[in-house]
Ligand binder design. Structure first.
Ligand code: ADP
Ligand code: MG
Length: 698
């Protein structure tokens, strides 16, 4: 901030102590700088004139040139209004005032040409414009009016006459004080290379655009800068961390990997799997510590990628560990991986909280001695009693259940931190991932294995139960299995559990011929495991569950997912649940059951689910429906909220673009001492100081 922009807002002409207090309190505007960066939320084009005969009641704003034919006072008392019949020769509209009538009559003359601006509405068969802006047309050059800014204000401000127009005036006062350009906040070479407007011009034009093109360029410059510094900050932290920590170099691809690839791989890898494995190999062989986020829609085959990456670690003489959020999942991974490695002489072990006593002691000893090559487990592997001989790589499945702190704990299991691969099936839009997990590189599996039939999604109101149950029965008769899921927001909520119990009763009564399993979060791990197994081996045909089955469960014979009270689930959760079916060769169905009366938002969510199976599309839609603030992970980061002009959804492409620019700069100037970049690091230091949260994300 320069000396000028650091000035207290109360010293600006038109502000004073009272308004300053209001600006501080309501909009957090304390300095000249804050006001300059308080951007309009919309603009109205005032350069264009309309004719009365072309307007209708649905246009946003219009501008007319013409004369007042006569005034008329309508009604009386507090409901009276003043009407001016206004014509441009092509028709007549009514200008209407509900307040300040006396002033209006005195100020505006009949049969004099004016420019009138306002929002038309249709009332009583005539076009009305309430409280229009009126200017004398004399000496008025329309193209000078350009775009008019509109600023958000609060009720308190409006009561004190600090409305949008007042803010407009204040900004105009401020800009007129600018006798010389403000100090640049981007180096000159960047401004030239990327054809950016200067800062001063951009600020002037973002408030008072000369024309739409100037506005576009001003916004571009400001968004560019904003996103660029976010990315520079993240990449800089990344680089600092890389310099601090050396990574193990896994330079060799040996017997484990090759044998698996030649003999055990049960199917051809998808192109996306191949690409991601290549990216991981490059990371782990590169000499710095890998921190990679692997995103892949449910069923895209992340486990295989994880396994093959772990085999590279084995080939280089290191142990690896795979961590899952629940015992069920850890158990499934253990089974899958043991099966995939059949005949390969790799020592795989499972460690969860329910493995105790002698058995646990033995496993712990073998982890320490290095005999266990692949350890699969839950949070239990984070405990202090678990020590490795040579831990080289860690895979974390289902990222959002593990916090950054837990990741850090894993690092400490070695002098040098292991390579980390974080896998998530909650597809975060790539743009958001880049902003949130800037410290992680991102790989995406954007392709499902061949031969999958897309799950068909159906919306059903809960008063059509008979039909629903008939369909379920039909599937079961054909040998398929069915999930029925009830919402459970917090595992401790009694009411929710009652829903599940009631549902379970009804299902048992409706399907007396079937075995029915039941799983919820309050059961002991062993009980859950038992129920799960009964379902996996086909002893039960219906699984009634809460969202504990949301992640990872893999039963290819299950073809129907019924989601009860679907209105209570978020989009990403619905998508996760749907991913539990469609894993085999048969056509699968997802049935979203809701009440008859649903909100507009629920309707939108249901529609999206019915329309698409693409997790990324759903994630984007979710982001649009809810805004980034509600997405998992964004809360702590704080970062998405600091953006004043850019929008990570809308400006996704720009975000990607500036990330590359930032990356080139960090690569070319790793120590941060090239003279042309001095300004960048200085700005960054300033930003880091004013954003306490930023350091937390790396
Ligand atoms: P997720 O990404 O959801 O963890 P999984 O790794 O569980 O997915 O894989 C889902 C299913 O797809 C598994 O049954 C797995 O064996 C199968 N699969 C994985 N990769 C392929 C492939 N390249 N071709 C065919 N099937 C595959
Ligand atoms: Mg998985």
């Amino acid at each position: 901030m320069s000396e000028f922009t650091a000035r207290d807002i109360k010293y600006l002409a038109g502000v004073g102590p009272q308004r300053a207090a209001l600006l501080n309190k309501e909009l957090n505007i304390c300095s000249f700088h804050d006001l300059l960066y308080y951007f309009p939320y919309k603009y109205i084009d005032r350069s264009r004139l309309y004719y009365v005969h072309e307007i209708d009641g649905n246009m946003p704003y219009i501008q007319l040139r013409g004369q007042i034919l006569s005034f008329e006072e309508v009604g009386n008392g507090y409901r009276s209004r003043l009407v001016a019949h206004f014509s441009d020769g092509t028709g007549v509209v009514d200008l209407v005032w509900f307040q300040g009538q006396k002033y209006v009559i005195k100020k505006y003359k009949v049969r004099t040409e004016y420019i009138v601006f306002g929002k038309p509405t249709l009332f009583g068969g005539r076009i009305n414009i309430a409280h229009p802006d009126i200017d004398s047309s004399e000496g008025l050059n329309l193209s000078d009016l350009g775009l008019r800014p509109y600023y958000n204000t609060t009720d308190k401000m409006k009561h004190a006459n600090l409305n949008s127009q007042a803010i407009e005036k204040l900004v105009s006062n401020l800009l007129s004080l600018l006798k010389e350009p403000l100090p640049e906040t981007l180096p000159q070479y960047m401004i030239e290379r990327h054809h950016l407007m200067s800062l001063t011009e951009a600020l002037q034009n973002v408030h008072f655009p000369k024309n739409p093109e100037a506005l576009r360029r001003a916004e571009y410059r400001l968004k560019f800068e904003e996103l660029f510094y976010v990315q520079l900050n993240i990449l800089r932290y990344m680089r600092e961390r890389q310099l601090r920590y050396q990574g193990f170099v896994f330079g060799r691809i040996g017997d484990f990997f090759n044998t698996f690839y030649k003999r055990n791989l049960p199917f051809e890898l998808t192109t996306a799997q191949k690409r991601v494995i290549k990216e991981i190999r490059k990371d782990m062989g590169g000499g710095s510590q890998m921190n990679r986020l692997l995103q892949g829609d449910v069923g895209s085959g992340k486990t295989l990628v994880a396994l093959m990456s772990m085999l590279i670690a084995l080939d280089n003489g290191y142990q690896t560990c795979l961590m899952a959020p629940t015992e069920i999942l850890a158990g499934q991974h253990y089974d899958t991986i043991s099966r995939l490695l059949m005949g390969m002489n790799v020592r795989v072990e499972l460690l969860t909280g329910s493995i105790k006593g002698k058995r646990r002691e033995k496993i712990l000893a073998e982890i320490l001695s290095g005999d266990v090559q692949i350890l699969i487990g839950t949070h239990a592997v984070l405990e202090d009693t678990v020590s490795f001989s040579k831990l080289g790589m860690v895979v974390i499945d289902e990222q959002h259940r593990f916090g950054v702190a837990q990741r850090a704990k894993l690092w400490k299991k070695n002098v040098s931190p292991p390579h980390v691969l974080v896998m998530t099936a909650t597809p975060i839009p790539r743009t958001l991932a880049m902003t949130l997990y800037g410290d992680l590189d991102v790989s995406v599996i954007d392709e499902l294995p061949p031969g999958r039939k897309p799950v068909r999604t159906i919306h059903q109101f809960d008063n059509r139960r008979t039909e629903l149950y008939a369909n379920i029965r039909k599937q079961i008769k054909e040998g398929r299995q069915v999930y029925i899921v009830y919402p459970l927001i917090k595992e401790s909520e009694r009411i929710d559990l009652k829903n599940l119990e009631d549902g379970y009763q009804v299902v048992c009564e409706t399907f007396p011929e079937c075995g029915v399993s039941k799983i919820h979060g309050q059961m002991k791990p062993a009980e859950k495991e038992l129920e799960m197994q009964r379902f996996v081996v086909g002893e039960t045909q219906i699984m009634v569950a809460t969202t504990v089955i949301e992640v990872g469960v893999n039963v290819p014979n299950a073809t129907v997912m019924v989601i009860e009270n679907a209105e209570r689930f978020g989009l990403s959760q619905l998508h996760q649940l749907r991913g539990r079916v469609g894993r085999g060769a048969d056509q699968s169905y997802c049935i979203l059951v809701t009440g008859y009366k649903i909100s507009e938002e629920t309707r939108k969510r249901v529609d999206i689910m019915v329309q698409t199976n693409d997790g990324f599309e759903i994630a984007e839609a979710d982001l649009k429906l809810r805004g980034p603030g509600d997405l998992e992970g964004t809360q702590q980061s704080g970062i998405a909220f600091d953006l004043k002009i850019a929008n990570i959804t809308r400006d996704a492409q720009l975000l990607q673009y500036v990330r590359e620019i930032a990356r080139e700069i960090v690569d070319a100037d790793p120590e941060g001492n090239l003279p042309q970049n001095m300004l960048l690091w200085r700005q960054l230091r300033g930003l880091r100081k004013s954003h306490v949260d930023w350091s937390a994300i790396s």
